[in-house]
Design a protein around this ligand. Structure first.
Ligand SMILES: CCCCCCCCCCCCCCCCCCCC(=O)SCCNC(=O)CCNC(=O)[C@H](O)C(C)(C)COP(=O)(O)OP(=O)(O)OC[C@H]1O[C@@H](n2cnc3c(N)ncnc32)[C@H](O)[C@@H]1OP(=O)(O)O
Ligand SMILES: Cc1cc2nc3c(=O)[nH]c(=O)nc-3n(C[C@H](O)[C@H](O)[C@H](O)COP(=O)(O)OP(=O)(O)OC[C@H]3O[C@@H](n4cnc5c(N)ncnc54)[C@H](O)[C@@H]3O)c2cc1C
Length: 662
């Protein structure tokens, strides 16, 4: 087995214009954090207790069992190693790689819901147990018949003041809870979203803490039906489940009562906003923005390294086969997603910091930031997961045939990450939530209100510049202005369409539906403007080393120009940009790709994914792809024997029969 680095990759690294460690530092927030990250990753990746057969060779049941064992071990080790809460994600992502795990919902939603929705007494009762994994919970909201439309949930929690209990019921087949991660086989508790009824009156969806399995033998409690929903497109390592209740009684104190309350006599105490009950989803949406940047970065790392190792065809007669990354069409497939990975990585950081600031404010009782936080996280969640989806698939196809093999790591990455466009709010629905906020803000600005935050730009619509003006389409200020103008114009046009539909006699819901394609377009443009502006702003950081600010500026330019050329109609329609501008933009893209080409490998190295996390034969750091492809294939279960048992069962008699008939 070759121990040295593939010569093509070696040369790529020698020829790059900067030290990737500097960008790694920038991406992770400083050298100390990078050091910590690498220590924790190395600890996890070199721990023999976490080693197991490739998941691609396992059944769904084996994948679940392997991951359950591994995740429980991880919890124990995290405790033993006393890893700081803030650093645990480094260790965790090295342990689980690109796979979800059966405790993901416990850590990602069950605990956060207790932090965010439980009263102090409830925290005192449950948090210690949940934090120490003495109980395991999930977030059970979606039902077979309703995921998107929360107000349409059918599960009921009916208050009985005589016993001071809630009676939990699943009235129909469509009311079965469906999908919650870790529900199928792992969890013994859940946060249940159910319609609250008191004295026959409905108060909408509320969160309840419900025990579903015995703490003694893990059997479903009386009145509880629970199980796994079966194989999925990906997520084999997780037991997504179904759940139904037949008049199960829980104490009054099990409704999470930080905001809404039910008094013993059945008096309902209203929350400051009914949407506070949706708080955990907002947090996860913000996390999905971070995750989208990371998964795209992984896919691009695999495809870029492989494209430097892979040599194919003949560019010049008689010359050696070139590295496929030297084909400009290959660069055009990968570099825009390389740039997008950087853009979303940085957007994710900003989104998390907005989330932290706003949620601190909200938990102190000031809910003024809630609408902006919801609109921003919904739009960015949708945009980033959509781009990551398309980008992962583009990267897979850019790896030719080998991209289709599980050895590439790309099919599994895609299958596990593509639900990000669906879960935690289906993307179109999320964009329409952002559009709702944009319409409201736009109308406020028409009434002379000064807007703040991500919609501040809607206050002053820019004029279309005079014809004949030339622009430098590489100037990030010019590009940000163009995105801002496009977003403001599309918001304006969606608002006009909405108004026209109303004036034509439609009621508000029908008008909204009729205008919804334009509304989604406006929300997309708004979110894209945010991403481009955020990228450009991060480059103004005066502490940024000049050797890396040049290459990051190129990526930012490429990201903005590629989006502009792809959506050129939006920029041209009202004459804001001219055909000359767009032609110039296209030429700049080609020039930028040529400049980025020598730095491509260093730019993906800078994401700093160790091989154990990438889990890809094609994306290996050392580039020794071919020998490891063969080794990987040999490990396939079908190759355990030279002659498979099915030969004796089926093939042999079939062949013998055919031969006998000759
Ligand atoms: C030991 C090792 C440690 C390692 C540590 C590391 C741990 C990391 C672990 C991370 C793992 C994470 C794993 C997570 C995996 C996720 C799996 C997926 C889970 C799920 O999918 S859960 C289910 C999600 N479901 C949804 O998202 C449903 C989507 N639907 C909705 O949100 C609502 O129904 C919808 C569409 C918003 C509509 O709501 P509705 O009530 O009908 O509202 P209206 O449209 O009428 O609007 C009314 C009004 O409310 C505003 N609004 C709506 N939502 C919100 C909100 N969330 N916040 C604030 N405001 C909101 C809306 O804008 C309207 O405002 P107006 O002012 O216009 O009236
Ligand atoms: C892998 C995975 C894990 C999950 N984990 C969990 C979990 O742990 N807990 C949990 O509770 N749930 C979970 N879910 C469920 C998930 O949250 C829902 O599937 C998601 O919210 C989408 O809802 P839906 O399935 O009802 O889609 P639907 O709403 O039925 O979407 C179908 C189509 O209808 C369109 N549509 C729906 N409403 C509108 C509208 N108002 N305007 C325009 N178009 C509309 C959508 O855009 C989409 O194209 C998980 C799902 C998956 C795939």
């Amino acid at each position: 087995m070759a121990a040295t680095v593939n010569p093509d990759l070696k040369k790529e690294r020698e020829n790059s214009s900067f030290d990737p460690n500097k960008i790694t530092s920038f991406l992770y927030g400083g050298p100390e954090i990078v050091k910590k990250k690498r220590e924790l990753e190395s600890l996890a990746l070199n721990d023999p207790d976490y080693q197991h057969e490739d998941l691609n060779f396992m059944s769904q049941e084996q994948q679940y069992e392997t991951f359950l064992k591994k995740t429980l071990l991880m919890v124990t080790k995290v405790r033993e190693l006393k890893i700081d809460v803030a650093d645990r994600h480094f260790y965790r992502s090295a342990v689980i790689g690109t796979n979800p795990d059966p405790l993901g919902l416990h850590v990602g939603m069950f605990l956060p819901t207790l932090y965010g929705q439980a009263s102090q007494e409830q925290k005192d009762k449950w948090l210690k147990m949940a934090e120490n994994f003495a109980i395991i919970g999930t977030y059970a909201q979606t039902e077979m018949g309703h995921g998107t439309f929360l107000r349409g949930l059918e599960t009921t929690a009916t208050y009985d003041p005589t016993t001071q209990e809630f009676v939990i019921n699943t009235p129909t087949i469509t009311a079965y809870k469906w999908w919650p991660g870790g529900l199928g086989k792992t969890s013994n508790y859940c946060v249940l979203m159910a319609q609250l009824y008191i004295h026959g009156k409905s108060y909408g969806p509320h969160p309840f803490m419900v025990q579903i399995r015995s703490l003694q033998d893990h059997k479903p409690l009386p009145g509880v039906t629970v199980g796994d929903i079966g194989p999925k497109f990906g997520y084999g390592s997780v037991d997504n489940g179904f759940l139904a209740f037949n008049n199960v009684r829980i104490p009054r104190e099990n409704m999470l009562m930080k905001y809404s309350k039910v008094e013993p006599d059945g008096t309902y105490v209203k929350p400051p906003s009914t949407k506070l009950a949706y708080g955990t989803m907002v947090q996860v949406r913000a996390n999905i923005v971070v995750n989208s940047g990371r998964v795209l970065a992984k896919a691009v790392t695999i495809a870029t390294r492989y494209s430097c190792v892979r040599r194919q065809s003949e560019m010049k007669p008689g010359h050696p086969e070139p590295q496929v990354l030297d084909y400009v069409t290959q660069q055009y497939k990968l570099f825009p997603y390389l740039a997008a990975a950087y853009a979303f990585w940085l957007t994710g950081q900003t989104m998390m910091s907005v989330y932290t600031t706003s949620s601190n404010q909200i938990s102190k009782g000031d809910i003024s930031a809630l609408p902006e936080l919801h609109a921003l996280s919904a739009g960015l969640k949708a945009l980033s997961s959509w781009v990551a989806n398309v980008g992962m698939e583009e990267c897979r196809m850019a790896c030719g045939g080998h991209g289709y093999s599980h050895a590439s790591g790309l099919p599994r990455l895609y299958a596990n990450m593509t639900p990000g466009a669906t879960y935690e709010g289906e993307n179109t629905v999320m964009m329409l939530q952002t559009a709702r906020y944009l319409m409201k803000s736009y109308n406020q600005s028409l009434q002379g209100e000064k807007l703040a935050g991500s919609v501040a730009y809607l206050s002053g619509v820019q004029p279309v510049p005079a014809a004949g003006r030339t622009r430098n389409m590489l100037d990030l200020g010019v590009l940000c202005d163009a995105y801002r103008h496009r977003a403001a114009r599309l918001v304006h046009e969606a608002a006009v369409q909405l108004r026209n539909e109303r004036q034509a006699g439609k009621d508000q819901p029908d008008a909204w539906n009729a205008a919804s394609v334009d509304l989604v377009k406006a929300a997309m443009a708004h979110s894209q403007y945010f991403v481009v502006k955020n990228f450009a702003e991060r480059l103004t950081d005066s502490t940024l080393d000049s050797s890396i600010s040049d290459v990051l500026t190129r990526l930012c330019q490429l990201h903005a120009l590629h989006g502009l050329v792809t959506n050129s109609g939006d920029f041209l329609e009202d004459g804001y940009l001219t055909g000359t501008d767009v032609r110039q933009a296209r030429r700049h893209i080609n020039a930028l790709m040529a400049k980025l080409r020598p730095d491509a490998v260093a730019l993906v190295d800078a994401f700093d994914f160790p091989d154990g996390i990438l889990n890809s034969v094609l994306g290996r750091y050392d580039g020794n792809v071919y020998e490891h492809l063969l080794e990987w294939a040999k490990a396939s279960p079908l190759n355990k024997t030279d002659v498979h048992q099915s030969y004796h069962k089926y093939l042999k008699p079939f062949l013998e029969d055919n031969r006998a008939k000759l």
